[in-house]
Design a protein around this ligand. Structure first.
Ligand SMILES: [Ca+2]
Ligand SMILES: [Ca+2]
Length: 227
């Protein structure tokens, strides 16, 4: 274990925030003060070593039955020969992974995911309640604390609306296994939690924010361009 700190994403006006209905200017000063206070508070985080993992191309598509989404922003995923609307249901899937074209593929479990996408097991990091289960190059969110339960993985730069993948207000632990900054957003009122590259937070109920703890609060994940 090592002591690291989490820093706020932005302090001051948030002119490109994902919740335009909120009076951002009115809360910016309060957010700044609170986030600076949060930044001074050290957090005990799990340290990891980034495994030298190569992502291979996903397997060929199956002939899918397409269920039309009720939500136009819904993310569609291939799973078990069918197409899922993730905003409505994950079916029996345990792991859903963003692909290069921003679509998703879902799997029964971590082993099925690694076999299908050619991702090797990272040795001792595998299923050790370490965010090493989040393959390098991805930001991962887990439904339960300590990097357990259902997991969604994102890799493309930009904002990912968790409502679209059925994961809004669900994440209890997160891992940023990229080399870029990742920012978590909550809308009630709008606030953000920045997670530096290669940092995992194993229990969001221990992370205090403007809206209480961050447990089951994240609405949007934003991945920044690598510096
Ligand atoms: Ca949860
Ligand atoms: Ca929320």
């Amino acid at each position: 274990m090592e002591i690291r700190s989490v820093v706020p994403a932005r302090c001051g006006p948030v002119d490109s925030a994902p919740f335009p209905e909120i009076d951002e200017a009115g809360i910016a000063a309060a957010l700044c003060e609170k986030e600076q206070e949060d930044m001074r508070r050290p957090l005990v985080l799990t340290s990891v070593t980034v495994a030298g993992i190569t992502l291979l191309a996903p397997s060929a598509s199956a002939e899918d039955r397409v269920d039309r989404p009720s939500n136009p922003d819904a993310a569609m995923a291939e799973y078990d020969g069918k197409t899922l609307d993730l905003s409505r249901s994950w079916g029996g899937a345990e792991v859903c992974v963003e692909q290069g074209d921003s679509s998703f593929r879902c799997y029964d479990d971590d082993a099925a995911y690694r076999a299908a996408e050619g991702v090797g097991r990272p040795g001792s990091d595998y299923h050790t309640k370490d965010f090493g289960d989040c393959v390098g190059g991805y930001v991962c969110l887990w439904d339960n604390k300590e990097f357990e339960g259902r997991r969604v993985q994102f890799k493309s730069v930009g904002r990912h609306n968790l409502e679209s993948v059925g994961f809004r207000n669900r994440a209890n632990s997160i891992g940023n296994h990229t080399t870029a900054l990742a920012v978590m957003w909550d809308s009630g009122p709008q606030t953000s939690l920045a997670v530096k590259a290669r940092i995992g937070l194993d229990n969001l109920s221990e992370i205090q924010g403007v809206n209480g703890t961050w447990n089951n609060k994240i609405d949007v994940v934003e991945i920044f361009i690598d510096d």
